[in-house]
Design a protein around this ligand. Structure first.
Ligand code: SF4
Length: 450
């Protein structure tokens, strides 16, 4: 039996500028089954190439980081865990001394590090440590060579992708303050959220072709570039990731203007996202077409063979990465999938408003989680694909459901036109694999797994 859904709030109440949207959001407040914010280190350390992430935590944190990142280490890792054990409970002063010793040893061994993040975690002995103070103390010691910052990736305070939000929020004070120019014309476009380098290059080319010259990405590839990023009243902020509410708020508090837009997933999402930037910078329609047309056509072609597999299939999203709503919009509108349920840990109305206006009206949206009742609904619905965290995937696979790990969607380059086909492939592949294993199941196309 599926459990009854709790309270529903009409979106229109929160988004007065979009009164036509009436998709109810069902709120759940029960046990959650999501990663903690430490996981963000895995993609952040790849993006900021001279940064090091030192988790101050327990053996559990070390295991999480190692097992989540272990297969992805290509060179000397740029993350580690300083394990606080029972001995450190003896005195906080000792723990601070120990932390200073660990950091000194690390920076001595790794002269390539320019920015060091102390990342807090859950254990009570870590919570007692004031990591922001430790970061200030260590910055004084190691500047100008290394700047030390801190943020929390604790599972008590953050879920999965919120770790990136906390990390970027800790970087905002490092950005240059832009002074108000006499004109209110936008001076720079700041794209916020970690994306793959290849995606950054594609967007830079397209936006420059449109005539938007001053495009900056936050976080940048190297920490030294932070001081070249200006944020002020003439800055326009475009989010590349949906889970950056705090970072966005801090940038707006500095005078920047947030450009509301859907997220650049799929051809439609990427076009609407680029169009929002173009409108903010008064780019003409012909200039927009000229810059985007070829890539848009390529993106649409790349979706065709996946649509044949995915069209009409039913998909269920457990809440995990906050990417669920843009992904669901893409799968439903561009690939014809049927949305059984779309769960998200949080739904920020300001950030998600444009996405919500594109969702099919009958979509069952759930904010938060009560994992047992959600599992019951999923089992009853028997969707063709279930998107969930690693912890739920194996049991559901054992029950015969086809799953997709939500973490893979955060690790992979999926934004933009040239990645639209790869994104669709991530959902089509498990169905193709299942068809190869159980050929009597109806799949419209029996292409081999890539
Ligand atoms: S939930 Fe807490 S204790 Fe567990 S890995 Fe994450 S930060 Fe460490």
């Amino acid at each position: 039996m599926s459990s009854p859904l709790p309270t529903a709030v009409p979106v229109a109440r929160c988004r007065e500028e979009k009164p036509s949207v009436h998709i109810p959001i069902h709120r759940e407040r029960g046990q959650r089954e999501v990663f903690c914010g430490l996981t963000g280190i895995i993609w952040l350390h790849r993006r900021i190439q001279d940064a090091f992430f030192l988790v101050v935590g327990s053996r559990t944190c070390a295991h999480l980081i190692q097992s989540a990142a272990g297969v992805m280490i290509f060179a000397e890792p740029r993350f580690a865990t300083a394990i606080i054990d029972d001995r450190d409970l003896a005195g906080i002063a000792d723990a601070n001394d120990e932390l200073d010793r660990v950091v000194s040893r690390l920076l001595e061994r790794r002269p390539d590090i320019r920015m060091l993040f102390l990342v807090g975690s859950c254990p009570s002995e870590v919570i007692k440590l004031d990591l922001s103070r430790a970061a200030e103390r260590l910055t004084k010691q190691f500047l100008p060579q290394v700047r030390v910052l801190s943020y929390s990736g604790s599972g008590i305070e953050t879920t999965f992708t919120e770790g990136e939000d906390a990390c970027l929020a800790s970087l905002v004070p490092q950005l240059q303050v832009g002074t108000a120019a006499q004109s209110s014309e936008p001076s720079n476009l700041l794209i916020v959220g970690t994306v793959a380098d290849i995606v950054e290059d594609q967007w830079t080319r397209m936006l420059t072709t449109m005539g938007i010259r001053n495009v900056q990405f936050f976080p940048p590839r190297r920490s030294g570039d932070l001081s070249r990023i200006t944020v002020g009243p003439n800055t326009r902020v475009l989010l590349a990731q949906p889970f950056l509410a705090n970072t966005c708020r801090m940038l707006v508090e500095r005078g920047a203007t947030h450009i509301p837009a859907p997220f650049p997933l799929g051809v439609e999402g990427t076009t609407a996202w680029l169009r929002a930037a173009a409108n903010a910078f008064a780019v003409s329609d012909p200039a927009f077409e000229n810059a985007t047309q070829a890539a848009r056509a390529r993106g649409m072609r790349s979706l065709e063979r996946h649509r044949e597999v995915l069209e009409g299939k039913r998909i269920f999203f457990f809440p995990d990465s906050q990417l669920e709503i843009p992904l669901a919009r893409f799968l439903s509108r561009e690939l014809g999938m049927h949305l059984v349920e779309v769960g998200s840990p949080f739904i920020h109305r300001q950030i998600m408003g444009e996405e919500l206006s594109l969702m099919p009206e009958a979509t069952r949206l759930v904010e938060g989680q009560d994992v047992d009742s959600q599992l019951a609904r999923c089992r009853e619905a028997r969707p063709d694909v279930t998107v969930c965290g690693l912890g739920l995937a194996n049991p559901l696979e054992h029950e015969g459901l086809t799953t997709k790990w939500s973490i893979e969607l955060v690790f992979s380059p999926i934004q933009g036109y040239d990645q639209a086909g790869d994104l669709a492939e991530l959902f089509a592949r498990p169905l193709r694999r299942k068809h190869l294993l159980e050929p009597e199941l109806p799949v419209r196309e029996a292409l081999p797994c890539n």
